[in-house]
Design a binder for this molecule. Structure first.
Ligand code: FES
Ligand code: FES
Length: 155
């Protein structure tokens, strides 16, 4: 099956039932996307599929055949300039262990591409299903707020 990942169209030979997460990590060696719970609960494996945040641990690769997938490796531009979301997470010193962070940022990306001026309540709701065992929620909210101000609803 064919899959476009981070702008590159690829032929994927994996068994159709293979979770997208394992295709991304093991076949494409894009290890920024993390395995957490494996059951669709924590959000650490979140990637973007056709512009929507998606939990790759519970998504069979066959479900996204022909789709466009973005992972955390695609956020910085070709010159290595960080995406406003990445920069805001750094500026706010958000991560502790950082395990949840790519999922947090990919969820924020899908949210902020469609929310020009979110309120704090909007941010809490949008990010509320992405868990952080280090408890960085206050700084996550601040970073998403800062990124929203830069992005203004744009990709
Ligand atoms: S690892 Fe996918 S939701 Fe937790
Ligand atoms: S920074 Fe450690 S789980 Fe979120």
């Amino acid at each position: 099956m064919e899959l476009t990942v981070n702008g590159e169209t690829l032929e994927i030979a994996a068994d159709p039932s293979t979770p997208l997460l394992w295709v991304i990590r093991n076949e494409l060696n894009l290890t920024g996307t993390k395995f957490g719970c494996g059951g669709g609960y924590c959000g650490s494996c979140t990637v973007q599929v056709d512009g929507e945040a998606r939990r790759s641990c519970i998504t069979p690769v066959s479900d996204v055949a022909g789709a466009t997938v973005r992972t955390i490796e695609d956020l910085a531009d070709a010159e290595g300039v960080l995406h406003p979301i990445q920069q805001a997470f750094i500026d706010n010193q958000v991560p502790q262990c950082a395990w949840c962070m790519s999922g947090q940022m990919m969820t924020a990306l899908s949210f902020l591409e469609n929310a020009a001026a979110p309120t704090d309540d909007d941010i809490v709701t949008a990010m509320g299903e992405n868990y952080c065992r280090c408890g960085c929620y206050v700084r996550i909210k601040a970073a998403v707020r800062d990124a929203a101000a830069v992005m203004g609803g744009a990709a």
